[in-house]
Design a protein around this ligand. Structure first.
Ligand code: SDX
Length: 438
């Protein structure tokens, strides 16, 4: 709930330009906001905030992050409790509708999602346009955008029922599409969804089963992938969610807006970090393992090396990412269950984390492990190929993207997003005949 604060901000200018009073608004928790919506009209000036470090782009009730405390709440529930007491579909229900389902609601929601897991048979022919070695995120950007071709005419973004159906379709079909992208890459036949399995067990079966023999999902691995989905489901106004909001604000259909989010998430500074973090650990391992960490850290500290400690640091968390703690626990559980407790990469990751957390360079910059640092090790242990890590992240984040998109579209005050700029280019000048150009 956004409520007017009794505190006002006054903006004055040293050149004597007229001062301006700016209202403040309070949320339910977290920083207040200064309402600058009338600033340009009254002063002819813009604010300047590249990267939006001090900008609230919207008023949302979905997810709250306290970067200093290392706190993450989905609709007020701490991620630590959701990851232990709920499954991913409960989390989807919570993010979409604002509260956890009761037994009847849970049953109906699971049935609804299960009955939308198949994709149009034409989708398999769309995949054939890709090289077999295409990066799965290139395939996913194409496939999710292509869903628009099947539903564009039956999705009026301004119709709440259509928005809800699109949400269910996206949540239900992402596992099928990710598994198809994987099977296409390894040259195996696609596995159809199995409606008698849970959401995450069904995903594991579509990924790893073949028509040649029965497949029995491993409960520990199913629970681990389900927890990975929960931890990645939403995260306030991160780069890809802001992309989805801005894209959706034009009134485009939800499938196109989510495809934009998939494309943005691919970047190594964002969702691509889990793939980059695992590749970094494997590089250190190949170079000699734990005894090479010191040399690697020196490279990271050398600005000219352009080497970053992937899986560390965060725009908001200036404390330990609560998801990283849960991911490290899951890592330990999975590796122990698989008899990989001595996995050298996990040991290397823990050694790297310990050294980084004691090193002044990282402490001074408040660089802690984020969700991506351990998720790659868990996914590798589950059997997920490194190149598919970010597609798994996109699968999980789809519910957050669609919940945030629907919240924006459902707000009668929303407008198409259209930021301005500080122009520092050439002032007006006339075209000269080519003979007179320098
Ligand atoms: C995700 O926003 C979200 O919520 C994202 C996400 C989500 O769920 O949606 O949480 C998912 O994207 C997690 C982040 C995954 N990315 C990585 O792990 C890539 C490595 N991390 C960095 O690229 C970086 O930390 C960012 C991009 C995550 C955050 O960058 P910021 O906030 O812009 O921080 P910064 O670049 O201003 O860093 C401050 C200082 C700088 O040094 P100085 O110029 O002050 O000397 O810390 C340094 C940076 O050079 N720094 C790092 C570092 N991250 C920041 N140095 C080495 N290794 C790193 N990883």
């Amino acid at each position: 709930m956004m409520t007017p604060s009794n505190v006002k901000a006054t903006l004055s200018f040293s050149d004597g330009s007229p001062a301006m009073e700016l209202p403040l608004y309070k949320g339910s928790i977290g920083p207040d906001v200064i309402d600058i919506r009338k600033l340009y009209a009254q002063t002819g000036k813009f604010t300047y905030d590249p990267g939006f470090l001090s900008t609230a782009s919207c008023n949302s009730t979905i997810t709250y992050i306290d970067g200093d405390k290392g706190e993450l709440l989905y609709r007020g529930y701490p991620i630590e409790q959701l990851a232990v007491h709920c499954d991913f579909l409960d989390t989807c229900y919570l993010l979409l509708y604002g509260d956890l389902p009761n037994a009847q609601q849970q049953k109906e929601f699971h049935k609804l999602v299960t009955n939308h897991t198949m994709v149009n048979e034409q989708m398999q022919f769309f995949l054939r346009g890709f090289r077999r070695d295409a990066h799965p995120m290139a395939v996913m950007t194409g496939l999710v955008g292509a869903l628009s071709a099947f539903y564009h005419d039956s999705t009026d973004i301004n119709n709440p029922t259509h928005r809800e159906i699109a949400a269910i379709r996206l949540i239900a079909k992402m596992p099928t599409l990710v598994a198809m992208a994987y099977k296409y890459g390894v040259g195996q036949p696609y596995m159809y969804p199995q409606n008698n399995l849970s959401y995450s067990a069904n995903f594991m079966r579509m990924m790893f089963a073949t028509p040649c023999e029965p497949y029995e999902p491993n409960d520990v691995l199913v629970r681990a992938i389900d927890r990975i989905f929960i931890l990645h489901a939403d995260h306030e106004q991160n780069a890809s969610t802001s992309t989805v909001r801005l894209c959706g604000s034009s009134g485009t259909n939800p499938f196109a807006a989510i495809a934009a989010g998939v494309a943005c998430l691919w970047g190594p500074a964002h969702g691509g970090a889990n793939e980059a973090a695992l590749n970094m650990l494997e590089d250190i391992q190949r170079a000699g393992g734990v005894e090479k960490i010191g040399e690697f850290i020196r490279q990271v500290k050398d600005k000219n090396s352009n080497v970053k400690l992937m899986g560390f640091g965060h725009r908001v968390y200036k404390n330990y990412d609560p998801r990283a703690k849960l991911m490290r626990e899951t890592c330990h559980e999975v590796l122990t269950a698989l008899g990989l407790g001595n996995d050298p990469l996990f040991k290397l990751a823990m050694a790297l984390e310990k050294i980084a957390l004691e090193d002044e360079y990282f402490v001074a910059r408040k660089l802690y492990p984020n969700v991506d640092f351990y998720s790659g090790i868990v996914q590798r242990a589950i059997g997920i190929p490194v190149s598919l890590f970010t597609a798994i992240f996109a699968l999980a984040r789809t519910v957050g993207w669609i919940a945030q998109l629907n919240e924006m579209i459902g707000d009668p005050e929303y407008k198409i997003g259209r930021p301005r700029q500080l122009y520092a280019g050439a002032p007006r000048r006339d075209v000269q005949p080519i003979a007179q150009r320098a």
